[in-house]
Design a protein around this ligand. Structure first.
Ligand code: ADP
Ligand code: GLC
Length: 486
């Protein structure tokens, strides 16, 4: 099968979060299973393309007042996977993918509408796929266009659509005037399509038009059908429940593996954990903390966003300051959380280190050098960092939501089974209790090492999830074995 991935980020070309990891790694697993993959992403200022070539010089994208002309570049791929970049400097040659510290770019609707229209046109030249697999709101216009303005295009009569929700918190909401600006018909502005409380909702439109909707864990697939997690679209998802499935994200163990990781001070494995001690010393030195310590190190690597639950840390700052722990934080995003963590670091110097940055090498050092990894998320569609932590013997402390709940089993002192610590209630108290459980067990190093090894033995490679995606693609392809009647 030929599957075209359409997304706003992809490792190693652009990344703000786990979406990029998924779009970077899943094609590799699908190609290994014999499929042909094209990956379409925008070319941003930071995107570095090796073996860059212009494969389509000019694609015309209509807007209400003018045409815009973008080109398509290709870069080095590998067997079974081709990468294509939509190049339109006025929209994408900027610092940041979606905005600046001051907020989202005001023309995001235009930017990603151009991207989606360009991908459709480019695919007619570079190869129409059996399936377009779109990810999140930035690619949501593609299913909408394909089933409306492009519905009579003979090139796409057999083309299927899979749409993956990585996060319900980002929907692409714009005022109604955006429709004429993007040359979209007012027909779309109905409650069954893109209209949402007087605005235009890109994600909602994709949910209406995709043949199949997936999300990134089984638990999240259920959660988003409730008002607590559906961000207003739970009703739409419930209506489509038959075609909504959860497929857990996998890990690229070529990138995230303590036996081979190129960013860490020493390699180690479940059979020989000595290297992890060296990684801890190296991490403490890099974080400017005293390396001579028996305290456990808790690591955090995260976007700073309300989703991630750091307000719970805000609730327990005073008591956290008294604990015999060290905390190393790497993240960036919402100023509120940046300032909260920086205040905590000033309050307990020598025990807390905070780096406000996006730094991949340091993220790897934390995964390897910390003893525990904290994700107190309010909601978490899948989460990848906890899966990386398991592989690095860095015990996850998580809230029982979404993919965190699906992937972390609580430690059971009786059977000595389990891989981490989990709390349910969204309160600072519950978080503190989970931290206490972890620090207590840490004092019993025999049990602790058993717990570490339980996690390290888990296999979350993409192989299994890739098979589930193939099943989804096949189902959709069967739907289109007969061309859609116009
Ligand atoms: P989300 O996609 O919601 O941000 P995930 O757990 O799925 O959460 O993925 C986060 C990914 O982004 C991981 O690969 C993590 O290492 C990376 N990451 C997040 N923040 C940073 C940062 N400040 N510096 C480097 N990598 C980061
Ligand atoms: C989103 C989610 C995260 C998930 C990632 C990749 O950003 O917040 O939980 O792992 O997408 O699917």
């Amino acid at each position: 099968m030929h599957i075209a991935f359409v997304a706003s980020e992809c490792v190693p070309f652009s990344k703000t979060g786990g979406l990029a990891d998924v779009v970077g790694a899943l094609p590799r697993a699908l190609a290994a299973a014999g499929h042909e993959i094209s990956v379409y992403i925008p070319r941003y200022r930071l995107t570095r393309i090796s073996e860059e070539r212009t494969v389509v010089q000019s694609i015309t994208v209509p807007f209400d007042d003018r045409y815009r002309f973008c080109s398509i570049l290709s870069g080095a791929g590998y067997p079974g996977v081709r990468f294509f970049f939509v190049d339109y400097p006025p929209f994408f040659d900027r610092d940041g993918l979606y905005g600046t510290a001051a907020g989202d770019f005001p023309d995001n609707a235009e930017r990603f509408a151009l991207f989606c229209r360009a991908v459709l046109e480019a695919s007619k030249i570079l190869g129409v796929p059996d399936i377009f697999h779109c990810h999140d709101w930035e690619s949501a216009l593609l299913p909408i266009l394909l089933r409306t303005q492009y519905v009579e295009d003979p090139a796409f009569l057999n083309t299927g659509l899979v749409f993956t929700i990585h996060n319900m918190g980002y929907q692409g909401l714009f005022p109604p005037e955006i429709l004429p600006l993007l040359m979209l018909p007012w027909d779309l502005f109905t409650i069954a399509k893109m209209e949402y409380f007087g605005n235009v909702n890109f994600l909602k439109g994709a949910l209406a038009y995709a043949d199949m909707v997936t999300t990134v864990s089984r638990k999240y697939a259920q959660e988003i059908q409730t008002s607590e997690f559906g961000f207003g679209l739970d009703g739409v998802l419930k209506e489509r429940a038959q075609t909504v499935t959860g497929i857990l994200n996998g890990v690229d163990y070529e990138e995230w593996n303590p036996e081979t990781d190129k960013y860490i001070a020493a390699h180690y494995s479940a059979n020989d954990l000595t290297g992890k001690q060296e990684c801890k010393r190296d991490l403490l030195a890099a974080a400017g903390l005293n390396a001579d310590t028996n305290f456990p190190v808790i690591g955090i690597v995260s976007r700073f966003a309300a989703q991630k639950g750091f307000d719970l840390i805000g609730q327990i700052v005073d008591r956290l300051a008294l604990e015999d722990i060290l905390l190393i934080v790497l993240g960036s995003g919402d100023k509120l959380y940046e300032e909260m963590f920086l205040r905590l670091a000033r309050r307990v110097p020598g025990k807390v280190s905070v780096r406000v940055a996006y730094d991949n090498a340091f993220a790897h050092k934390i995964e390897a050098g910390a003893d525990m990894f904290l994700m107190p998320s309010r909601y978490e569609p899948s989460g990848l960092s906890q899966l990386y932590s398991l592989k690095y013997g860095t015990v996850p402390i998580v809230r029982a939501t979404g993919g965190l709940d699906d992937t972390i089993d609580p430690w059971d002192p009786r059977t000595k089974k389990g891989t981490g610590f989990k709390f349910q209630e969204y309160t600072g108290e519950a978080l503190l209790r989970a931290i206490h459980q972890a620090t207590q067990l840490y004092r019993d190093q025999d049990s602790w090492q058993k717990l570490m090894r339980n996690g390290m033995a888990k296999d979350f490679s993409w192989r299994v999830s890739a098979r589930e995606y193939v099943r989804a693609y096949e189902r959709v392809r069967q739907l289109h074995a007969q061309p859609i009647l116009v």
